[in-house]
Ligand binder design. Sequence first.
Ligand code: AKB
Length: 318
Amino acid sequence: MERILVTGACGQVGSELVPALRARYGADTVIATGHKTEPSQELLDGGEFCFIDCTDIDRVADVVRKYNVGAIYNLTTILSAKAEANPQLAWTVNVNSLRNILEVAREYECAVFTPSTIGAFGLDTPLDNTPQITIQRPGTMYGITKVAGELLCDYYYQKYGVDTRGVRWPGLISYVTPPGGGTTDYAVEIFYEAVRHGKYEHCFIKAGTYLDMMYMPDALKSAFQIMEAEPGRLKHRNAYNVTAMSFAPEDIAGEIKKHIPGFTIDYRVDPIRQAIAESWPNKMDDSAARADWGWQPQYDLPAMTFDMLNKLSARLKQ
Ligand code: AKB
């Protein structure tokens, strides 16, 4: 039986992707892996887990060989704000790990899913209706590593026939594991503060700053859909734009207020994350993903807010 390997499984996406993959393809099929973060009990109870450092190619190859891996979901990444604080580490983790994974995938004939991001765009890019193919000159190390990743994945597909696939995710909103070190994370933090304190005092992104966003169930759906898509339909393969909603901090605050009437938002803008946010799309054009493999998000801002508040409140009460 060919198995699925997930790297970065203890992170914001991995902690939800792994259970979803296990539910979809069988618990024994999925090998969750992490580097330093301790896995949750759910990850450990649900199936196989092991530690790997993806910058160590021999270790990646050992695990792929040992478990007869046929597909790798590569979630190992350092997010934008953290990457700006330590650009050297960001390059090592984001690019060298991916290069190792692609090399191992070439040798053992694995498919590879690697998410890119809105961070792969920059100030020279049209920020409204950002096209699928456009100028990509990001000014952040995170963005540079993501553009390099998109190109590396294309290269391994074209040169070696590795079945690489990917999407450009927007900011992801979720309640299981909080994200760490991102620019769009204010849109997650706001929910924790709303549920715990009924107010969000230090929004680090300015009012009026629009960014693409997506609720985690839709992000998981996009990964499944592109990995299951008939190969002939994938005109772009790596890094399809996908989005679900676009909003500014005051919009999400207004939506939360409908459920928590006294909710208030105040700002303490972080200049580094604000500059990053201003260099990212306000709203991407994801029509290529819709046309080529049927991408269709389920959650808009009101539906996501309603579900997030319910699920997060229940979780924080446990
Ligand atoms: C970040 O803010 O760094 C990430 C992303 C949009 O890629 N959430």
